[in-house]
Write a protein that binds this ligand. Sequence first.
Ligand SMILES: [Zn+2]
Length: 232
Amino acid sequence: MHHPRWTDEEARLRNAICRIGKLGYDRSYIVGADGNISAKMQDGTILITPTGAMKGFLEPEQIAHVDMTGKAIDGGPKPSSEVGIHIVAYEERADVKAIFHAHPPHAVALTIAGVDLQTPIIPEIIVTIGGIPTAPFGTPGTPELPETIRHLVGCSDVMMMQNHGSVTLGTNLMDAYKKLDMLEHTAKILWLAHVAKGGLDPLPAEDVRKMLATRAQLGITTRNTLENDCGA
Ligand SMILES: [Zn+2]
């Protein structure tokens, strides 16, 4: 469906947010009215899931359209109460065009259990996402929460918020979803290994160094905290 007021870009992004919301809901990365998803338009405004909605059942006209202060600009739906998370990330990273904030259960559980997701263990994750930094706890629904991730956004496209959820940044919506998918799959593997072994050992530093060196050959230029040492 295509609202007459929407540009092609806006119609495409509204539909994509609904599709990604359904994917995240179907995979249980969000339940109930959890989480929020946004995309930045070429004019610098933001499309974001509305407050209180179940992201598995969204229609394109339910998406909120806000400016970089989080104010609705078209008299339409009110944005998510966590719009601040998205604004902080867009402020700090001009290259980021989409963001998914979710509550992936294994990843959140590991932050609650105090398992450090920075630990380099799985080769493909070391080379791509890198370490996964965790921001200190912040009270949801207050300006405190977005500020907890401000310094991490420059370090990594994937981060956890202590006892709460994930934030994944992408060059588009599928890219932000892909990183969430990889994050929760990684957390599930680490969870299983932790239970089976009673702890987790990092790969030897020399192996990690060699894997990081392959990034350039593979053309991977995403921010990686094992490489830039920030946020650790
Ligand atoms: Zn949340």
